[in-house]
Structures are given as C-alpha cells and as structure tokens.
Design a protein around this ligand. Structure first.
Ligand code: ADP
Ligand code: MG
Length: 388
C-alpha cells in the first residue's frame, strides 16, 4: 500500500539524513524503524506524512503520489503520534480521545461514536468518557493515550518513540495493547524506536537504519537468524541471535485449562471454587468466555469483602498473551514481570488456556533452551520457592 522509492533528504552541507531509502509496506503491517541516534528514523517518518518534504525520491500510497495530494487529505489517511503519550488534564477523556477528529472537523455524533467504541476496546466503561484524566488511574490514563492514536480512523499510523520515556513495565503493557489493537483493527503502523526488544516484540518487519541508509529490512526472525552484516550483529547483540533451535513451540501446545468464573456469580461462589480447585488465581469472564480480569487472595481481604460482588473487587489489569504466541516470549514475560502464570486468549479475547511457571518447568524448558543454564535456573529457583 505504501511504496517508498529512493527517498533522500539532504540538509545543508550536503549531509544526507536519509539516503536513498526504498521499501514497500503492505497494508496491515507493523513496521519498526530502528537505528542509533541520528540514523534518520525521524526524518524518514516525517517524510511519510510530509511534515518534511524529501529532497528527492517519492512515496506512493495505493498508487497515488503523496507529493501530489493535498496535506489535509493526506493527514486524514496518515496519523502521526509524537513522543510520549500524555493526556490534557483540563479536557475530559472524551475530548482527549477525539482531539484529532476535532481538528479534522468531524461532527459530534461521529466523535462520540468513536470515543465509545475505543474505550470499549480497552475494557473501560463509557461513563469514564466524561471524567477527567486525574480521576483515572495512571494505567488507565496510559491506555487512553494509546487509543487516542487510533481515534481519527486513519489507515496508517506513524509513531515516533511513543513509549520511550516510560518505565519498563508500563512500556511492556502498552506495547501489548498497541500490538493487540493494531491487529484487531488492521492498521498499518510505522513505529520508530531505538530499543531492539521493542522492535522484535512489535514488528512484522524491522527496518534497520544506519547513517540514513537501510542496512536490513526483514522479519525479526530472519534478522535474528541471518543478520546482514557486523553492524546488525552488534546492534542486535549476541544474546538475541537465534542458534538453530530444534523447534519453536507456541503457547497453545503446552497450555493447561484455566479455572474461571463468570462475572455475575457471587464472591462466595468464587471463593468456594478457588478452595475446591485449589487455585490461588481465578479468572473472571463474561458470559461469552471473554476475559475481564481475575481474583486472587487479596480480593478477599479487607472489610466486608464477602458482601461485595465480583465486579467490585475484580482486578481488571490482567496481563495475557494471544493464542499462537511463541512460548519463549511468554516465558520471558512471566519472568520479567514476576508473574505466577499468564492466561491465553484467542482473537475474540476469549480465555482459552493458561501457562504457569510450574507447567513450563515440568514440560518444556529443555526443548526450548537446550543448555541455556541461566533461564533454566531462573525458573527452577522460583519454583522451589513456590513449593515451600
Ligand atoms: P533519528 O531520528 O534516527 O535520531 P533524525 O532523522 O532526527 O535521526 O536525524 C538524522 C540526521 O539528520 C542527524 O544527523 C541529524 O543531526 C540531521 N538532521 C535532522 N534534522 C535536521 C535539520 N533540520 N537540519 C540539519 N540536520 C538535521
Ligand atoms: Mg528521532
């Protein structure tokens, strides 16, 4: 859908910020530009929505030459998200979400519709639309920040280090959210970062840049397996390079059946179920099995907890992985976030399985890592702690 052809930007003194960049991007792809500081990522990105005009070369979108389109028409189709996602404190959540639609002069009805649809996608109630950012938790505000990027319904979204300033855990959560929304809504995203972990996690294809030039443009797996040269090899770091692994397992192959309850049941029912099944986490779903949150031991402590409903005490910020995720990625997440387990959902967000620390150790560590002692020990140590 987007064909970038010999794109060059020369600044004064003949310095080429971007040097003869040519890549084709398909509809619905998540493309990540990565490179050291000054490698031309921002300049390349900004030429795509014509915030910067190229010195030479051209960009075609669905066969149309971007330089011949008028900028307003262009920005209806290509959105730009700047570094850092912050909400305007004096605006309601609704106004925050519909900031760009407002600039594009959508009518009220259209704006309301998109605000309601998007807030639903991050599992927050529509009543939040009329609240102010300070009335929401930090995590909720950040989720609103992410959906705001999608509000103008543009086909292509350009993001320049949007998560750069966030702490690792928040960053991880918002990456998951962004990726999930991108897939669900079928958006084409072009995302700039200098963090290789972020690139590997998000990208369908990674474009590695150095001194304005493309060094390698390929899928994360291909880049890790066959780095184009020493620069790429150094950049990705030896710990990430893929040695010929015998098999790459996905979560679906080893997941177990999670214990869950539907949200309209009582807290008493939940407690009884947890006791009878001997679980310390109980997943909560709607009637269609869609994952809403979870209960754990903490949900039952505090005054008069048993008189409350599941809805009131539920933990809604649940970290999950999608069906088809590589087991190794999920394990990494479990370790990094110090989780005991991680639920697996299908494309309709229905709860279909569970990976626990224990079942990872029991079943598969040696098939993934062979003799990578470090990971194995990390899992084993925690497992022993659990047994005590
Ligand atoms: P990145 O986003 O990868 O860090 P940039 O695209 O911002 O890189 O910059 C690429 C190169 O172009 C850098 O060497 C930078 O100094 C230079 N550059 C960027 N903008 C300008 C400008 N307006 N005038 C002159 N040089 C610039
Ligand atoms: Mg930059």
């Amino acid at each position: 859908m987007l064909s970038i052809q010999n794109l060059t930007k020369t600044y004064r003194g003949n310095k080429k910020a971007v040097d003869n960049l040519s890549i084709d991007i398909e509809q619905g792809e998540f493309i990540v530009f990565i490179g050291t500081s000054g490698s031309g990522k921002t300049t390349a990105l900004r030429m795509i929505n014509r915030m910067i005009e190229p010195t030479s070369g051209k960009i075609m979108m669905d066969g149309m030459d971007l330089s011949k389109m008028n900028p307003v028409q262009l920005r209806r189709q290509i959105g730009y998200v700047i570094q850092q996602i912050g909400l305007m404190p004096h605006m309601t959540i609704r106004e925050n979400i519909t900031l760009v639609p407002k600039l594009l002069k959508w009518d009220k009805q259209e704006k309301d519709k998109v605000a309601e649809r998007l807030i639903g996608l991050v599992n927050l109630p529509t009543s939040y639309l009329d609240m102010y950012p300070a009335q929401l938790s930090g995590g909720q505000q950040q989720r609103i920040g992410v959906i705001r990027a999608l509000a103008a319904n543009q086909d292509i979204i350009l993001m320049d280090e949007p998560f750069g300033a966030l702490d690792p855990i928040t960053r991880d959560t918002l990456q998951d959210l962004m990726k999930d929304l991108q897939v669900r809504l079928g958006k084409t995203v072009i995302f700039v970062t200098h963090d290789m972990d972020e690139a590997i996690k998000l990208a369908d294809r990674i474009c590695i840049m150095h001194e304005g030039k493309v060094v390698q443009f390929d899928t994360p797996d291909n880049i890790l397996a066959n780095p184009a040269n020493d620069f790429v090899r150094d950049f990705i770091g030896s710990h990430r390079l893929i040695q010929n692994k015998p098999s790459v397992k996905i979560v679906d192959e080893v997941m177990i059946q999670p214990i869950s309850i539907t949200i309209e049941k009582s807290l008493d029912d939940a407690l009884r179920l947890m006791v009878s099944k001997r679980v310390d986490t109980l997943f909560v779903t709607d009637a269609d099995k869609r994952l809403i949150g979870y209960l754990n031991v903490d949900s039952f402590t505090g005054p008069q907890r048993t008189q409350q409903s599941i809805n009131e005490v539920l933990q809604r910020e649940v970290i999950y992985v999608k069906t088809g995720t590589k087991l190794q990625d999920s394990v990494r997440r479990i370790l990094k976030r110090n989780l005991q387990n991680i639920p697996i959902v299908d494309n309709d967000h229905k709860l279909i399985g569970l990976i626990t620390r224990a079942n990872i150790v029991d079943t598969i560590y040696d098939t993934i890592w062979g003799d990578e002692e470090e990971n194995k020990n990390a899992l084993l140590v925690t497992r022993e702690e659990n047994v005590q």
